[in-house]
Design a protein around this ligand. Structure first.
Ligand code: NAD
Length: 549
């Protein structure tokens, strides 16, 4: 399943039934269904052998096969593909036998509604995916590879290495929440993972995205551990998420889902235990709902349970833009280090959300010419430079960058390869890979996103002399101001913005200087140097605390 598209093999010999089903599935906006219709069992088996099918929607009575025989013959050719039966045979014992034999659902044709069909298909795919793929994540693989590389170079104690490869508590819950049509209940998977409990409470955002799984959340929690340790913050890493496309939900559905998520994890989160924050697909409004739900359950107001909430509810000044601002403080340091004059520099920014848009804004304030930006819909390129306020207004009005008039539309991949001085991948993981690293044409890469660069790409970039500000350093401004927010909430004393920015710059610059020093003394790349710097702190703490009992 890619990009929230589910490819359905529809095995149905009746034209009218096939048309009705295709029409019902076409009404769904998220997920989107790509339907491949076939009329016979043999055609279905042929198509399955080509791969790429997420689910089989199966009529049992076909010209070349009848009743349960049809199901078992298809199943023999599609062991890892869920099968939902849709049949004209309203026969309880047949349905029971089919489900017992491994069918994911048994739907009766003349009782079929759009909602019922979409739900059945979506849950079948989700169940199969939950069973087979929770830990199967490119991101976890990358986070573990990066960790093992650093552990090998620093000769990390093997007991600690084994422990840190996976999270400590990793929880999954099936989360029910009421849809706007009150009779419908949506069920999705929710996650909260705490990677290291040694350093203090744990800290990490909550991501709402259709690709979230246990592996991805664990990778993000690992990166949070190294990031907090590198910044000398008193936190271990954590992360949470819900596997859902948040753009498919109304505001009220989002609120009910968030409140349910909070109550499911109420025993694990808290200002002294685990403190969530926003990540992709969540924002300060989502954090406000978490504060309210948590506070209602414990009986008094607890703003410190999350960071990244609205200022009026105890949020910190400067938190919303802290990741982009911090990234630019670090670009300033990197530019000084390599002798790049920012006033003459150009930049390309992938992603125009919280991190990307703020990074672009602060870079422009340093005199950098932003020649291209992108979001999920398009990239916009203008060699003469883009106006960030005008782009921001366009996104505020239209929702996306698409159709922005003062630049040329480009593909996202093409954009990454534009000649520039500073490249900021601030959207997704896995963007700079062995495939395109050789064509990246910049002097500094500042990872705004988590995990945008693969290990193989890192090697190519280093060989080519591109200065990399790795994610655990480049995007650490967010968690650093989150730390300030938590401290302010615990003290009930709010700091002025100037003090926040001043402290932020001090902490990031200190981490930059330590990372560069380690890179030079240990002759490693910046990412490995940053990881080793963080890992040393975690290891020291673990060894001093010892193991219970
Ligand atoms: P966001 O949801 O505010 O913005 C994400 C942006 O990426 C949007 O503009 C979206 O359109 C774009 N995008 C999505 N898919 C894309 C694609 N295929 N190609 C190009 N653009 C695409 O999210 P955010 O908070 O800005 O987070 C972005 C990244 O930064 C994530 O990896 C997140 O984990 C990381 N991060 C965020 C923070 C923070 O404080 N928000 C802190 C540290 C790291």
């Amino acid at each position: 399943m890619a990009e929230n598209i589910i490819t359905v093999l529809l095995v149905e010999d009746s034209h009218i039934s096939a048309q009705v089903i295709q029409k019902l599935l076409a009404e769904s906006e998220s997920p989107v269904f790509e339907v491949i219709p076939v009329e016979t069992l043999s055609a279905a088996i042929d198509r399955l052998s080509d791969g790429g099918i997420d689910l089989v929607l199966l009529d049992l009575m076909l010209p070349d096969s009848q009743a349960l025989d049809t199901f078992f013959r298809i199943k023999a050719h599609a062991l890892d593909v869920p099968i939902v039966i849709q049949s004209g045979l309203d026969d309880v014992s047949l349905a029971a036998k089919a489900v017992q034999g491994g069918a994911h659902d048994y739907l009766i044709k003349d009782q079929l509604t759009g909602a019922r069909l979409v739900r059945s298909v979506r849950y079948a795919v989700e169940r199969m995916r939950a069973r087979s793929g929770e830990w199967t994540s490119g991101m976890l693989h990358l986070a573990q590879q990066q960790f093992l590389k650093a552990a090998y170079i620093m000769d990390l104690d093997d007991n600690i290495r084994q422990r840190l490869l996976f999270p400590a508590p990793a929880q999954i819950v099936a989360l029910p929440f009421r849809r706007d049509q009150r009779e419908q209940v949506g069920t999705v998977f929710g996650y909260r993972v705490q990677h290291v409990l040694t350093m203090g409470p744990t800290k990490g955002g909550i991501r709402y995205h259709q690709d979230v799984n246990l592996g991805e959340v664990s990778a993000l929690a690992m990166w949070m551990t190294w990031k907090c340790a590198l910044m000398n913050l008193p936190f271990g890493g954590a992360k949470g998420g819900v596997r859902i496309d948040p753009t498919s939900l109304s505001r009220t559905e989002l609120q009910r889902l968030t409140r349910r998520y909070t109550s499911e994890f109420i025993g694990s989160i808290g200002p002294d235990k685990d403190i969530p924050a926003p990540d992709m697909g969540t924002d300060e409004q989502v954090m406000a709902w978490i504060v309210v739900t948590y506070s209602q359950q414990v009986g008094h107001s607890v703003p410190a349970v999350v960071t990244g909430k609205p200022v009026v509810l105890g949020g910190s000044l400067g938190r919303n833009e802290a990741t982009g601002r911090g990234l630019v403080y670090l670009v300033e340091e990197a530019a000084k280090h390599i002798g790049l004059e920012l006033r003459d520099a150009t930049a390309v920014v992938q992603g125009f959300g919280n991190v990307g848009a703020n990074a672009a804004r602060f870079l422009a304030q340093c005199g950098v010419k932003i020649i291209a930006v992108s979001d999920v819909t398009t990239a916009i390129y203008n060699r003469q430079g883009l106006d960030i306020d005008s782009l921001t207004n366009h996104v505020a009005e239209q929702g996306f960058l698409q159709a922005y008039p003062h630049g040329e539309a480009l593909g996202n991949k093409e954009m990454l390869e534009l000649k520039c001085d500073i490249l900021v991948p601030a959207a997704l993981q896995n963007q700079i890979t062995a495939e395109n690293a050789g064509r990246i044409d910049c002097k500094i890469i500042a990872d705004g996103a988590n995990g945008p660069t693969t290990l193989e790409a890192d090697e190519i970039l280093n060989q080519r002399g591109i200065f990399v500000l790795p994610d655990i350093l480049a995007n650490a401004g967010g968690v650093t101001v989150s730390y300030f927010e938590w401290v302010q909430d615990l003290q009930n004393y709010m700091w002025p913005l100037q003090e926040i920015n001043h402290r932020l710059r001090d902490i990031l610059t200190d981490a930059f200087v330590r990372t560069v020093r380690r890179m030079e003394t240990e002759a490693v790349d910046m990412r490995t140097a940053a990881m080793i710097e963080g890992l040393h702190r975690v290891t020291q703490a673990k060894l001093l605390r010892g193991l219970f009992p």
